[in-house]
Design a protein around this ligand. Structure first.
Ligand SMILES: [Zn+2]
Ligand SMILES: [Zn+2]
Length: 102
């Protein structure tokens, strides 16, 4: 079965963490840790695709699902209501997340 068509490899788009993602989530090799779990298992559906241009506390605005998840966990811990990124309050939440405002 060596003559498999190449398309079979392309059916599932696999997103891999970027080098920056690995740097941000070193314990899970660039993936967001699976929740809820006390052990650290990488959630393979949530690779960090951040670039060095991202803020140190990225809220996923670059399209990174790992950091988006991290941001929603932060919100949940504080009982902050989840809102759409299009709402103005979202920017305020991001600033609080980054410690830019209180
Ligand atoms: Zn990220
Ligand atoms: Zn990012």
């Amino acid at each position: 079965m060596l003559d498999k068509p190449m398309e079979t490899l392309m059916t599932e788009p696999v997103t891999l963490p970027t080098a920056e993602g690995v740097r941000r989530y070193p314990r899970t090799e660039g993936y967001f840790p699976e929740l809820p779990s006390t052990e650290l298992f990488p959630d393979l559906d949530k690779p960090c695709t951040c670039t060095p241009a991202c803020k140190s506390r990225c809220g996923g605005e670059c399209g990174c699902v790992a950091c988006q998840m991290q941001f929603s966990v932060w919100r949940e811990e504080r009982g902050v209501q989840a809102i759409r990124p299009t709402e103005p309050e979202h920017e305020t939440q991001l600033k609080r997340y980054r410690g830019e405002v209180r």
